[in-house]
Structure formats: structure tokens, C-alpha cells
Design a protein around this ligand. Structure first.
Ligand code: XUL
Ligand code: CO
Length: 439
């Protein structure tokens, strides 16, 4: 089809004084921050589904997106044009990773065998493009929620034939993720949840979900797929109650079934806020439990109660997110995947660039602020000091397991006049603001 985004040149870093909307103001891929370049820290990824497959449909109206490939009728021709578009887009943007669901990249056929043949054809084309451009696959996944067969769920469906179908689909998705050198494989719980407990055997459904994960682990081992398995928590939508509600729920699920050593988490900002948490809370909880694997970088709208998947532009949030990521020693095989879509009214192809530039600049700025906060040990020293009572005396004895209730009562009998110190929340918030403004 030739060049598809004709009016858009390669996006360059022009610095904070630039007024060119098609340029980065903060994201300078080569710039070194601490011990790595920005590109190495941030590992940005484009989400195939929103950017190349999404049409801008909402419950009140049809698709609005104007795309250079819209005129193609044949589903395989359309799929091929999207591959061309994806690689042109990612090269122009300077993003090195992408993520996809199996059904984003190739259409379903009449049978599973035909669907798999469609996939193979497109995967071969994607592989060629990856070799040509050096762009890599951050993660692959399977869409186990869109087709009507998954109306009651996939691995948690009451219908065993659906469980089997989902297994066959994930088997193939693992194979193509391996074929394309995918660094991770994601399970987002699609329709794995329930609408009403009046018709649901939650115990069996959760046992089956664990069985399904174990089968995926076994098959990955069999084919030599060594990428990281990730679970992406979300509390609701599409089902009223999703089993992978939040980080805490997923951790307890994994531990119950002895699966914890095989999984890390893919934390999505909008899912965190839907669960009543901040993005930082979910990243922090995953980090302190050693399971912060990757990030779906987006933001929700606090006035709307659903998963709006907007491009992340809130620098306060990206700063605190990057703070957690730096404290995690980076994302390792994970990355910052823009699971984000342009608004339905931002329907021109160039809006796809504006959305990603906004997100990349917001995270680049967040990275620099977070790095400075850490370098100057601004919060670190305050937190260390706040818990200092556990480094000596009775606190040290508690931590080292040397005392029980009897010894503690004995201690308190002699030391029952408590002195507390201020938590200084407002002072700390003000310092974070100062860094955001000045760095
Ligand atoms: C849905 C969602 C998914 C996953 C991949 O809310 O975030 O797109 O990221 O299946
Ligand atoms: Co997501």
C-alpha cells in the first residue's frame, strides 16, 4: 500500500521549548538517566488492538476512526495492511516494542484450523517486518472474550468444551509468541468472573482457572518458551466481578494453588483505579512482593466508572509510577505498553501520534523527576527515619523475633509513655510538587 501515514515525518526530540506537536519535548531516547538511557528505562510498546484494530465503536454509536486501510474489504488483505501500518507507525514514533492479542492481527476463519492458518500467514509477515526493523514483541496474548463462545468465560466457563477451546487457542498463542521472540505472555482475565452467584460455582471456576494456568506452564516448558508469564489484574468489566480483581487477590490466588513462582503481574493504571486503588498502590504492592513485571500505561477518568483507557498525561501519576519502577530495578523483561486509545472524536490518523507522544513525554518527565527524588533520597531518608525504632532496642528485638507478648508487656510496664512524631504528609507532597516543577 506504500506509505500510509504520509503527512507524518519521523518524530524527533526537540526539547521543552519546542511548539511542534509532532515532536518529543521530554522523551529523548538516547539521554542517559542514572545508569540507563531513557529508551532502556521506559521500553515503550504500542498496543496493536487499540491503535491498528480499534474502530472507535461505543455502546451508542458505530466506529468513527478514519484509517488509511479502511477501504479494504477482504479480512486477510485488511490484516496485512494493518501490519504495514503498524511497522510504519512504530518506526516513525521510535517505539521498539508492540503487544497483540491473536485476534487483533488475523481474522477468525470458519474453523479453528482455518483461523490458525490465517494467523500463521500474518505471523510470517510480522516476523519479516520485525527482522527488517529491529522492532520486538513485548508480549502476546489470546483474545478469550470477544467471540460469543466465551459468553460465560473461557477457563472459568461452566461448559467444558469452552475450556478446551480456550486451551487450544492459548496453545497456539504461546507458539506464535515464541516464534516472534515475545519476551512475556499475558493473561488478562477477559470474562473470567461472574455476573451473579445464583448460577455460579465459584470454587470450581477458580480451581479450573488454576488448572488452565498449570497447563500453560507445562506447555511453555514443553516447547521451550522462556518468556515471563504475567497476569493483568482488573476488578470488573466485562463481568461484574473479575476473579483477578487486583494485585492482592491475584497473589492470594497464586499462592493458594502453588503457582506463585511462575507469574509476575502486568499492572494497568486504569484497572488500579477501578479497583479503588491508586496506580502507585498496585505497583508498590507488586514490587514489595517481587511480582512487578510489566505495565499497561494508560489512565482512567475519575468522573467515569469504567475502563476508558486514555493516554497517560498526568505527570504526578507517571512520576510516582516511575518511582516504583526505579525502585524495582526497572521492568526487566517488561515494558510500558500503551494500552490506550484515542478518544472517539480524535478520529484522524495523526491523533494516534499525538496520543503516543503525549504518553511518552509524560513518562519521560516522570522518569526524570523520580530519578532525582531517588538520587537525593528525598522520600527514602524520611521513610527510613520514620521506621528507625525498628533498628535498635525493642524494635530490633521484635524484628529479629527475640520477644513475644510477655517480654513486650514487661517492656511496656517500664516504658508506657508513648511519644509519636508527625507523618508530615503535606510537607512531603509539597516537596514532590517542587521536584515536578523544577527538575
Ligand atoms: C482489558 C485490557 C486488555 C489486556 C490484554 O481491560 O486491559 O486489553 O491488556 O488482554
Ligand atoms: Co491492559
Amino acid at each position: 500500500m506504500g506509505e500510509l501515514f504520509k503527512d507524518v515525518p519521523k518524530i524527533k526530540y526537540e526539547g521543552k521549548d519546542s511548539r511542534n506537536p509532532l515532536a518529543f519535548k521530554y522523551y529523548n531516547p538516547e539521554e542517559v538517566v542514572g545508569d540507563k538511557t531513557m529508551a532502556e528505562h521506559l521500553r515503550f510498546s504500542v498496543a496493536y488492538w487499540h491503535t491498528f484494530t480499534g474502530e472507535g465503536v461505543d455502546p451508542f454509536g458505530m466506529g468513527t476512526m478514519v484509517r488509511p486501510w479502511n477501504s479494504l474489504q477482504d479480512p486477510m488483505e485488511l490484516a496485512k495492511a494493518r501490519v504495514e501500518a503498524a511497522f510504519e507507525f512504530m518506526q516513525k514514533l521510535g517505539v521498539e516494542y508492540f503487544c497483540f492479542h491473536d485476534r487483533d492481527i488475523a481474522p477468525e476463519g470458519e474453523t479453528l484450523a482455518e483461523t490458525n492458518r490465517n494467523l500463521d500467514e500474518i505471523v510470517a509477515l510480522i516476523k519479516e517486518k520485525m527482522e527488517e526493523t529491529g522492532i520486538k514483541l513485548l508480549w502476546g496474548t489470546a483474545n478469550l472474550f470477544a467471540h460469543p463462545r466465551f459468553v460465560h468465560g473461557a477457563a472459568t466457563s461452566p461448559n467444558a468444551d469452552v475450556f478446551a477451546y480456550a486451551a487450544a487457542q492459548v496453545k497456539k498463542a504461546l507458539e506464535i509468541t515464541k516464534e516472534l521472540g515475545g519476551e512475556n505472555y499475558v493473561f488478562w482475565g477477559g470474562r473470567e468472573g461472574y455476573e451473579t452467584l445464583l448460577n455460579t460455582d465459584m470454587g470450581l471456576e477458580q480451581d479450573n482457572l488454576a488448572r488452565f494456568f498449570q497447563m500453560a506452564i507445562d506447555y511453555a516448558e514443553e516447547i521451550g518458551f522462556t518468556g515471563q508469564f504475567l497476569i493483568e489484574p482488573k476488578p470488573k468489566e466485562p463481568t461484574k466481578h473479575q476473579y483477578d480483581f487486583d494485585v492482592a487477590t491475584v497473589l492470594s490466588f497464586l499462592r493458594k494453588y502453588g503457582l506463585e513462582k511462575y507469574f509476575k503481574m502486568n499492572i494497568e493504571a486504569n484497572h488500579a483505579t477501578l479497583a479503588g486503588h491508586t496506580f502507585q498502590h498496585e505497583l508498590h504492592l507488586a514490587r514489595v512482593n517481587g511480582v512487578l513485571g510489566s505495565v499497561d500505561a494508560n489512565q482512567g477518568d475519575m468522573l467515569l466508572g469504567w475502563d476508558t483507557d486514555q493516554f497517560p498525561t498526568d505527570i504526578y501519576t507517571t512520576t510516582l509510577a516511575m518511582y516504583e519502577i526505579l525502585k524495582n530495578g526497572g521492568l526487566h523483561s517488561g515494558g510500558l505498553n500503551f494500552d490506550a486509545k484515542v478518544r472517539r472524536a480524535s478520529f484522524e490518523p495523526v491523533d494516534l501520534f499525538y496520543g503516543h507522544i503525549a504518553g511518552m513525554d509524560a513518562f519521560a518527565r516522570g522518569l526524570k523527576v523520580a530519578h532525582k527524588l531517588l538520587e537525593n533520597k528525598v522520600l527514602e531518608e524520611f521513610v527510613a527515619e520514620r521506621y528507625n525504632s525498628y533498628c535498635e532496642g525493642i524494635g530490633k528485638d521484635i524484628v529479629e523475633g527475640k520477644v513475644g507478648f510477655k517480654e513486650l508487656e514487661e517492656y511496656v510496664m517500664k516504658n508506657d509513655q508513648i511519644t509519636n512524631t508527625s507523618g508530615r504528609q503535606e510537607m512531603l507532597e509539597s516537596i514532590v510538587n517542587q521536584y515536578i516543577i523544577e527538575v
